[in-house]
Design a protein around this ligand. Structure first.
Ligand code: 4AD
Ligand code: MG
Length: 430
């Protein structure tokens, strides 16, 4: 007999029929001649009833003594049973233990730090299983969207010699006797690639030496970045709202079950549809002031401001036209000489920034003066400046933090749970 997924059994189409499943013991209890063993696989969980006289004597004995996380193969008849945890029961006629587990170290009410130490085991939990499935849908949906827009997926370097996002969060290492850095963003290399392919995207790890612990910073995260030749700042914003809507709809329709398990309503995600509200930085300052939060022109927004700006929203908020002093050197200066064509997208309800994007500066002299002002080593940017010397055109792009996005979609307290093996300031294990 072929093994099938537990989820398939739970769909009800095998009721009354014989099936074979394989997985790991999720929970177990036995009394007298009956053992109830709840088994999980990647797709779901089901209760197996193992009766003393219905299976081989050794199978029954094994069913009563196998501990949680033992690996098993079970076959039996499917019965609908409302008392069973997932509404169906498998009445076993065979219960084979492939591996007897040792005592599993994880039980209820353990500390966050302990669960992070045994993360390699904790990723088996229903919650992390659900988040990882949603993350997989998310990555697939972004790729599908880029594909629909005729973007090419490219493979930029991770080892770099120039910083895209400033020196303070750079991971530096010794590259055969020379300084090199782990990439903070593929942007600069994507900009080079548009002169060949016009529309490009990359999904790569990005690294930031974030020296404080917060609920939205990782030191290693998966960065989804796009860059397009000839794209204006307005067109970039249209692209971004269409993209976010598309991905939210995909997750809502694909992962209703997983969202529910996490306490998130798929119906709410379905309401996330373009167009989204947009404020300029100056308008955002005004909104904050009305809420009693007075900032000086040129102050950046922190967690508190992000919450105040988005607490009353159900959809993301675009903030555009930032003062040039607080944004990166590569952003296109507006005609007013004060602001840049940059956009930050804030997720609703204080989930914070999920996207940073901009139209790129095309004037080589402005770029040189800004790089000098930042104290950058111009030699390391010669190649980038060349892009403005050989066929320079208007272009725009963005970066989206996959884990930030998934945290918002799943409604999670902390970003670490959006990734199986989180990397933060004090942790690179397991
Ligand atoms: O706003 P950032 O720094 O922008 C850039 O890196 C641009 N060069 C991207 C581009 O235009 N191609 O980072 C982009 C996004 C942020 O909006 C956030 O979602 C995410 O990357 N991000 C982080 N996510 C997790 N942990 C961190 N430490 C992050 N830092 C940034
Ligand atoms: Mg940013």
């Amino acid at each position: 007999m072929k093994t099938i997924e537990i989820a398939e059994v739970l769909e009800g189409k095998h009721e009354g029929k014989k099936v074979k499943i394989r997985g790991w013991i999720y929970r177990t209890r036995s009394s007298g001649g009956l053992a109830f063993v709840v088994v999980r696989d990647s797709s779901g969980i089901i209760q197996c009833a193992v009766k003393k006289n219905a299976v081989h004597e050794k199978h029954f004995e094994d069913a009563t003594k196998a501990l949680i996380e033992s690996a098993v193969i079970v076959s039996g008849t499917v019965k609908k049973d409302d008392r069973a945890p997932t509404g169906f029961e498998l009445q076993a006629d065979s219960f084979e233990v492939i591996h007897f587990s040792e005592v599993f170290p994880i039980s209820k009410d353990q500390s966050t730090e302990f669960l992070l130490d045994v993360r390699h085991l904790w990723i088996r939990s229903q919650e992390l299983n659900a988040v990882m499935k949603i993350k997989a849908t998310t990555l697939k949906a972004f790729r599908e969207f880029f594909d629909k827009k005729k973007y090419y997926e490219v493979t930029p370097p991770i080892i770099t010699s120039s910083a895209a996002e400033g020196g303070s969060t750079l991971f530096e290492f010794n590259y055969f006797g020379k300084k090199a850095y782990l990439s903070q963003s593929a942007q600069l290399h994507l900009e080079a690639l548009i002169f060949s392919l016009e529309k490009v995207y990359a999904i790569t790890p990005s690294f930031r030496a974030e020296k404080s612990r917060t609920i939205k910073h990782l030191t290693e995260y998966w960065h989804i970045e796009g860059e397009e030749a000839h794209l204006s700042f307005t067109e970039l914003q249209e692209f971004l709202e269409e993209m976010i809507s598309f991905v939210c709809q995909k997750v809502a329709s694909t992962n209703e079950k997983e969202l529910k398990l996490l306490g998130r309503d798929a119906g709410e995600l379905k309401k996330i549809k373009a167009p989204f509200p947009k404020l300029t930085y100056a308008e955002a300052l005004e909104k904050l002031s009305k809420k009693g939060r007075k900032l000086k022109y040129g102050d950046d927004f922190g967690v508190e401001e992000e919450l105040l700006l988005t607490e009353d929203l159900d959809v993301p908020l675009f903030i555009t036209n930032w003062p040039k002093e607080i944004k990166a050197f590569y952003m296109k200066e507006s005609k007013d000489g004060k602001t840049v064509h940059g956009v930050d997208i804030l997720a609703p309800k204080g989930f914070g920034e999920i996207v940073g994007g901009s139209e790129r500066e095309t004037d080589v002299n402005i770029l040189i003066s800004k790089l000098k002002h930042e104290g950058a080593d111009l030699k390391e940017y010669e190649w980038y400046l060349d892009l403005r010397r050989f066929g320079s055109v208007q272009h725009s792009g963005f970066g989206l933090g996959t884990e930030r996005f998934v945290r918002w979609i799943c409604g999670l307290e902390h970003i670490r749970d959006t990734t199986p093996f989180p990397r933060v300031i004090n942790r690179a294990y397991p």
